[in-house]
Design a protein around this ligand. Sequence first.
Ligand code: GLU
Ligand code: MG
Length: 442
Amino acid sequence: MTEQATHAAPVCFILTNDFAGQTRGRGFPASAREEFLAQGCGWVPANQALSAFDVIAADNPFGSTGDLRLRPDPATEVRVAASDGSMPLHFFLSDIVRLDGSAWDCCPRGYLKGAVNELRERHGLTMRAAFEHEFTLMGLPAKPGPCFSLRAFRAVDGLMGRILDALVRAGVEPEMILPEYGPAQFELPIRPADPLVAADRAIVLREIVRDRAAREGLRATFAPKSNPAGVGNGVHVHFSLFDVDGRPACYEAGGPADLSPVAGSFAAGVLRHLDALVALTAPSTISYLRLKPHHWSAAYACLGLQNREATLRVCPAPTPAHDRARSHHLEFRAADAAASPYLVLGSLIRAGMEGIAARLPAPTPVDRDPSELPPAELQRLGARPLPASLGDALDALARDRVVRGWASETFWNCYLSMKRTELVQLGKLDTEAQCEAYAQVY
Ligand code: GLU
Ligand code: MG
């Protein structure tokens, strides 16, 4: 007689979020947790050349050779029990290292760590950051309610409650949950943290939201557009700078938009390299349907003062009672969930440091919709349109020698070959089919 297992053996995963912004990894019986925490597990270099659609770029720099390890970071452990008694969601995020334990130059988490260290060592600065996500629930029988309404929330409150509960248990620190402008679109702001924790949390949040929705027969998608005419899903990155003793370093009353000189230079560095940056922060073909005027996303490289059409927005203290210096911060709006949070934040920090090192003056704040300004006025403000397509953005990345100096040639060859493979594959589809394809994978 064969014995019937009554309980599934719990499985724990070691995960990495790759160049395509996909979270992939390997599982093991959770009973072997200590062994795998100490040893990690194997990984393959060419995995970094996988597109979001699981195509390995043919001209990737690794071919079929090489061996790496995923080394779990114990501080990232997530173990969230499912309310229906099924297997808990249990995983670690990891660094990708060589067999001798040294850092691998194409590890996205290592790329962010390097930028954070340099910000501290070269400039005596630290950052606090938070990724604010928007997502769409697909498969609902009808629009759940008017935009921003309590009704829209109450129609799916059970799922939203389970998402929030799981996020809290996973240490993600959700701040709010709100019905957004799009039909069945929601937003999840979370509390700020150190950059590495902030990026880790963005990955955990996406996994939890998709997992909880899928358990209820719904598809939650973070894709930048769920259909060509629809409202975009953005990932807005909020960040502020502090000195190494924790004193706020972004605010100076009377500066441009009340920014300190160092924050102004940081912002100017981001805007200077923005054409290349968007190839990393908005890296899908349909990201460029979202980065258009009147989408409240970002269509122009400029610094906005209370302006939701600008790439970088200054966010002032929410009330007079707030500590202005501590609350004053920047928001980068030209990112979406097709991007790896590690590449997004690492690249923002790197670009900001270029601005600080060159002592660039703060950009002129723009308080109007830049798409409605005449060319001469745009020029006076130093504002310019963003690349119009992923192809243009990738070309800008390939051309920007400063940006390419932030990581190894192998890193960029891998990234560009993977993205160009995706571009060719998706270029065969109309925009509607592209949106559907991305909604399946993000
Ligand atoms: N949905 C908009 C975007 O794609 C953002 C709207 C807002 O929260 O300001 O970025
Ligand atoms: Mg929003």
